[in-house]
Design a protein around this ligand. Structure first.
Ligand code: ADP
Ligand code: MG
Length: 415
């Protein structure tokens, strides 16, 4: 599997890992329940392939993660304490939480006493102010604890923090390896490589609330795709650019000029909804109507793409070989406005069944795929929000740039 240029755990000689201390930056930013447990262990499960491989190779595994947003000081509500036993259960191995500070003699001794295959979890790294500041001293103290580094926290790879950037750089400076873990590798492969060299036709489906957060993605993706389908509130700004009345719908007035410019540049590549589901309010019990896009007006709020648009979008999706989906077609959280998004999700699943590669980025789109009960059938659903947007938009990710480069990939191309 290729990985946007970074070396991966699979590239390492397992002999190198036996008895070695390996610091793994994981994303254990999990939701906690009120009784102090882990209420959703998806992110713990996602880390298992990397952790199992390291244990089998006889590595001594030091886990580093953040949880929530403590402001550089200790917050007992955001301790990784509940995560250690939850991970222990999944891994079927003891995982101990270690609260000694990086740089302390106690932590050094604890790490020195580790056995091959043992796993320890350091306390929430954002309890330390140096983490988000990418402080050299903190990075040095962590790098000093290990021989090698594995980056597996894709969701924070777009941030240059001590544990994502400083540590791998310092580990490499002292001669260690710094590679992507299996989860990171998968994300880089699908969001980076697949989209960079897509099998055609390549169709992107974009929607969601705002254009503004996604301009870079639209601009990068437009020259690459054969078609760009646009729904969600994002489409409303394009409607205004076309001179259509959008009533009381959500629009970004300061982006109308940009939308007009994109339409001019895109020719017939951009496909907008031809009809809409409108209501007087966006609520779960709103009474709604289907109208053509040039019949919207007055107090109407556009909450979803209409039935004819669903059919047109589905046809485009079923004709594609590579598909990227980012952003729901409507307010899918509310039943009256859900069908457009669910229809797109089901069409993507059908296309995947027929051999297309389907990649989903964005937390709400991932939730919509779950709601449509098709998540298992899609090729790849990204775990990262901001990081996946940056990667799809072709921006370098600090947490990937800091890793070793993949060796000359000749053997990969020949096999
Ligand atoms: P993702 O997380 O997949 O990147 P976004 O965060 O960009 O998606 O957008 C998701 C949100 O957009 C959803 O909460 C949805 O309700 C909202 N949305 C979609 N269409 C509309 C619309 N027509 N009017 C208002 N909100 C909308
Ligand atoms: Mg979102």
């Amino acid at each position: 599997m290729a990985s946007a240029g970074a070396a991966t755990l699979s590239d390492l000689d397992p002999g190198l890992l036996r008895g070695a201390r390996v610091l793994v930056r994981v994303d254990f930013n999990v939701p906690l329940s009120s009784d102090g447990g882990v209420s959703d262990d998806t992110r713990l499960r996602a880390a298992l392939p990397t952790l199992q491989d390291l244990r089998e190779a006889g590595a001594r595994v030091i886990l580093v993660s953040h949880l929530g947003r403590p402001k550089g000081s200790e917050d007992p509500d955001l301790s990784l304490g509940p995560v250690a036993p939850a991970l222990s259960d999944l891994l079927e191995a003891e995982v101990s939480l270690v609260t000694h500070k990086p740089g302390s003699e106690e932590l050094r001794e604890r790490i020195d006493a580790m056995e091959d295959g043992e796993v320890v979890l350091l306390e929430n790294i954002r309890f330390l102010p140096g983490e988000t500041a990418n402080d050299d001293e903190l990075a040095g103290n962590l790098a000093a604890l290990c021989d090698h580094f594995v980056g597996d926290a894709f969701g924070t790879a777009h941030r240059a923090h001590a544990s994502t950037d400083g540590v791998p750089r310092q580990v490499r400076e002292k001669g260690g390896r710094a590679v992507a873990g299996h989860l990171m590798e998968r994300e880089l492969s699908f969001l980076g490589d697949t989209l960079a060299e897509p099998e055609r036709p390549f169709v992107a489906v974009m929607g969601g609330a705002k254009i503004s957060g996604k301009i870079e993605l639209i601009e990068t993706i437009l020259p690459q795709v054969d078609r760009l389908l646009i729904g969600g509130a994002m489409a409303n700004t394009f409607f205004q650019a076309m001179g259509l009345d959008t009533g009381e719908s959500m629009v970004e007035p300061e982006r109308v000029d940009m939308a007009r410019e994109l339409l001019d540049r895109a020719g017939d590549k951009i496909l907008l909804p031809v009809d809409c589901v409108v209501g007087e309010e966006i609520s779960s019990d709103a009474s709604v109507r289907n109208v053509d896009r040039n019949e919207v007006g007055g107090a109407d709020k556009i909450g979803d793409i209409g039935p004819r648009s669903r059919e047109i979008f589905a046809r485009e999706i079923l004709g594609a070989k590579t598909l990227l989906w980012n952003g729901p077609m409507g307010v899918f959280e509310m039943e009256p406005y859900a069908e457009g998004t669910l229809h797109v999700a089901r069409s993507l699943a059908e296309a995947t069944d027929e051999g297309a590669v389907t990649v989903v980025g964005g937390g709400d789109s991932a939730a919509a795929a779950e709601a449509a009960d098709v998540a298992e059938r899609l090729t790849h659903i990204s775990t990262g929000g901001g990081a996946s947007l940056d990667l799809m938009a072709g921006k370098p990710l600090p947490g990937v740039e800091a890793l070793d480069r993949a060796q000359d990939s000749d053997h990969e191309e020949n096999s």
